[in-house]
Design a protein around this ligand. Structure first.
Ligand code: HEC
Length: 129
């Protein structure tokens, strides 16, 4: 009887570990941006921050939250403080996007294409182009 209890407990413990493991292992699948697709900060990245219904600058406006993501301010607010040019994974900006561990409830999430564009822009050097 004791043995049975021990087996049940062990199995339970294993299941708990496995479920925790899978919780942490779930990651968003970020699509690759084809290398020949040009990415421009002003035309492709900045517009992501000021979309209707997904407007970062309702908070990130120099008053409520940092960084200031308004047009004209965003680049200097994130590079180089929150962006490591050439390395999105090491960039706080990339690590904290809505849809990728944003520290507070933003009210919306970026989709994987938007996250992929930001990632590729940083990985390719985070130019102000
Ligand atoms: C509802 C308000 C709100 C919205 C909308 C919002 N954020 Fe935030 N965000 C915050 C707050 C608050 C913080 C905490 C940072 C602070 O203390 O200023 C934060 C933090 C961050 C950080 C981490 C900054 C750091 O220094 O660690 C990033 C990156 C970020 N937001 C990006 C975005 C982007 C990109 C968007 C739009 C796609 C967005 N946020 C939309 C409120 C918001």
């Amino acid at each position: 009887m004791k043995k049975l209890l021990l087996i049940v407990l062990t199995v339970n413990l294993c299941l708990m570990c496995v479920s925790c493991y899978y919780d942490e292992a779930i990651e968003v699948e970020i699509p690759e941006i084809p290398p020949d697709e040009e990415i421009s900060f002003s035309e492709d990245i900045q517009p992501i921050f000021v979309q209707d219904g997904k407007n970062c600058t309702t908070c990130h406006n120099g008053t409520v939250a940092n960084p200031d993501l308004r047009v004209g301010n965003a680049y200097n607010a994130i590079v180089p403080d929150l962006v490591v040019p050439g390395n999105a994974e090491a960039s706080v900006f990339y690590q904290r996007l809505p849809g990728n561990n944003h520290p507070v409830e933003a009210g919306f999430l970026l989709n994987t294409n938007e996250i992929a564009l930001i990632k590729a822009w940083i990985d390719r050097g985070a130019e102000n182009n």
